[in-house]
Design a protein around this ligand. Sequence first.
Ligand SMILES: *Cc1c(COP(=O)(O)O)cnc(C)c1O
Length: 397
Amino acid sequence: MKPADAIQDLQYFGEFGGINPSISDASTYTFLSAKTMFDTFEGNADGCYLYSRHSSPSNLYLGEALAAMEGTETSNVFASGMGAISAVIMQLCSAGDHIVSSRTIYGGTYAFLKNFTPKLEIQTSFVDITDIKLVEAAISKNTKILYLESISNPLLEVANIAALSKLAKKYKLQLVVDNTFSPLSISPKQLGADIVIHSLTKFINGASDAIGGVVCGTQEFIDDLRNVNNGAAMLFGSTMDSLRAASILKNLRTLHIRIKQHSANAMYLSQKFESLGLKTVYPGLASHPSHCVFKTQMNTEFGFGGMLTIDVGTVDKANALMELMQNKNLGYLAVSLGFYKTLFSAPGTSTSSEIPENEQKTMGLSEGLIRFSVGLDNDIKRTYTSMYKCMQSVGIF
Ligand SMILES: *Cc1c(COP(=O)(O)O)cnc(C)c1O
């Protein structure tokens, strides 16, 4: 089944026949027999709830819908994307293990792998994920995880997930894919990923009013994460609140419409920006180095996503342009993505500032780079015309 249809077809009714599921307003649950309580602790009482840090009906509804979208057996929702990412890494790795990761990943993930996990003797090699030979050369006998983002943040590099999955299988690695930038457009599990992660904070929730995350995978792995004795989800405690799970599920139901509009608007703007002679990076442009890779692995109807970058040369011009565009109500100078309004930021001084300056340079992250999360504007032509005027006023042309 197609990913969006899988979300739409999931039917949950509320306690009184409500067309949305009831919210489970409880941290703990009663048992009719003491034996069932014991069995639930041991993980042997399917369908019974014990304590809401472990699982709750509202969290399971949202988790089932996200697993259906990604085509995995099941999933577990978390209080944040970082909660999901750190739990997966700590569940899969022990002291002495090694990770091969894309060098262009979310700043928080980079900081976790670069600064935090070494304290636990887990080392990471950061590589250019678009160069399969380099990736293979970085694998050692202690490597446990191959970690990447379908479309990388902020450079929008596209990983060839099918090819990397072959590599992961050859060396018995877990292929972990953060699909936050491309929900519905790319289905990593179908391409061979073992574990798919999202920050729900971005496109999936789409309202910039909540923080959340999810790990989609096999029943066995999700059971491991939730294990009361040694599960990272259970023991780190980054549990999503039931009220929030209910609100995110309602927003998820319209994700397919939003992604199509984000993609169409981003395609329009990127073509216009490129024709102005601006260095524009968007996977939908033929000039994008991984345009063909994206095309072969995408679910076509959802397009190339809502993220694009332009390079305006200097940090001063970038800042002046962003401030002016905000004054003209064309979007907001803010980090994050997936909002109805366009959001823009300069990654070098914001979301990727965890990455040292010299490393930013080698990966091609220049100071004049502006990242756009293109909004749901009804009339993107009008938006573009105003953006063009802003660019003229700050002296980009
Ligand atoms: C935002 C983001 C995260 C972290 O998610 P939070 O919900 O902020 O914890 C991880 N990966 C990517 C690609 C992101 O954009």
